[in-house]
Write a protein that binds this ligand. Sequence first.
Ligand SMILES: [Zn+2]
Length: 252
Amino acid sequence: MNLYYEVGDQQVGPIGKSELQSLVKAKKLNAKTMVWQEGMESWEELGVFVRNWQGKEVQKDDQADPAPTSVCSECGQAFADEDMIRFQDSWVCAECKPMFVQKVKEGVSVTGVMDYAGFWIRTAAFVIDLFIIGIVNLVIFVPLGMLMPTSPDSPMALLSFMPVLMLLQYGIPAAYDTWFVGKYGATPGKMACKLKISVTDGSRLSYLRALGRHFAKYLSGMILAIGYIMAAFDDQKRTLHDRVCETRVVRS
Ligand SMILES: [Zn+2]
């Protein structure tokens, strides 16, 4: 293999297979690096290249359908996708997985993808969400208020409205968080600030975890919102509800 690769505007090479592996290992190259070798029509991403190249090797051996393969971002070797885990833009092989997961847990930046969002940007996202929920409340509660019986001779009718109001008051923010975080990994406020919430291993939150995280925020809100302020002092910028739910907020 005589491979060329691109760094910025520069084309470097040719390099052999072992050099390629050590460059990937050293994080100089990744699956998105553009590569080319003689005989290829155009440059392609390393991830795609390795996949095709391995496919040809396999076909030469036994004519079987090539299993899709990817390069492990830790050791630089290629493995079948089914034997690897995917972590955001990186693939990790079974052998490197325990070490890799440990690194993620300890908050070590893995290939630079865990860019934890700080206290102020999160506050900005929070304010935007607050504003949106405020508008939603306005749209729902104002007409509701007009429907509400006001005559003093029907206190029971007024009382019967209370559970509905309570349900809406807690239900609207809960539904907002659960739906957006479960579906898109971020609330509109976080999307606007280019933030997203993920589980410790980098995966998206399930709806259930998103719901749990919403109610865990009540914990963070207690005692002068100390659980929110914790994010300003935590090495992984975690709030109390991030700790409880094993989530992180990262720049997307
Ligand atoms: Zn590996």
